[in-house]
Design a protein around this ligand. Structure first.
Ligand SMILES: Cc1cc2nc3c(=O)[nH]c(=O)nc-3n(C[C@H](O)[C@H](O)[C@H](O)COP(=O)(O)O)c2cc1C
Length: 183
């Protein structure tokens, strides 16, 4: 099983990455093949709205690492996508990637992602109410699911500010372990 894990956090040992790396560790033990990507490591260029992907070609016209990553997404069996909450929404790093996912669909809005993939979404937020940003997270889920990736779990690391402090939140870490088992 090819697993593509994508983090939209700039903090290497932050809460988003702590949850994602716990999950990928479990999946690695199951024998899955893991590729971890930190979006912040790329020069991030947003969608240029040229619509090449929907009119002339079958992929994004931009020649960069995000286009390469989108090609990998088309072939992944399992996907983990995570981001911190910034200003009530996902980080800009992930938002750019989500916009670029526009290029995954053809002129009939049919996704080019291979059917059968499963995925988990991971969000980290300072707010202690898990459901405070539900609308924002479910909009990410819609984008992912409209691309043939069944979202089996959404992990919200809530009430976390200090990098990695989610490790001490047993309930959240147990949910992350369960989500890995379901993948
Ligand atoms: C620019 C910025 C904006 C933030 N805005 C919010 C917010 O609106 N709501 C919230 O609950 N937490 C907010 N936070 C807190 C982060 O979501 C929280 O620290 C989270 O654990 C960061 O994830 P990370 O550790 O993976 O980087 C913000 C943090 C930053 C740096």
């Amino acid at each position: 099983m090819k697993v593509l894990a994508i983090s939209g956090s700039p903090r290497k040992s932050g809460n988003t990455e702590t949850v994602i790396s716990t999950m990928t560790g479990i999946l690695e033990e199951k024998g899955y093949d893991i590729e971890f990507i930190r979006l912040n490591d790329f020069p991030l260029q947003g969608c240029q709205a040229c619509k090449y992907c929907r009119t002339k070609g079958d992929k994004c016209l931009l020649d960069d690492g995000i286009s390469d990553l989108l090609e990998k997404l088309k072939e992944a069996d399992r996907v983990i996508i995570g981001a911190p909450n910034y200003m009530g929404a996902v980080s800009g790093q992930l938002k750019i990637f989500l916009d670029r996912m526009y290029s995954l669909k053809d002129s009939n809005r049919i996704s080019r992602v291979a059917k059968g993939a499963k995925g988990v979404l991971v969000f980290a937020q300072g707010h202690s109410n898990r459901d405070a940003y539900e609308k924002s997270y479910s909009s990410v889920m819609k984008i992912v699911e409209s691309n043939n990736i069944e979202v089996t779990d959404i992990i919200v690391a809530h009430g976390v500010e200090i990098p990695g402090e989610v490790r001490d939140k047993n309930e959240i870490m147990e949910k992350a372990a369960e989500a890995s088992a379901n993948l």
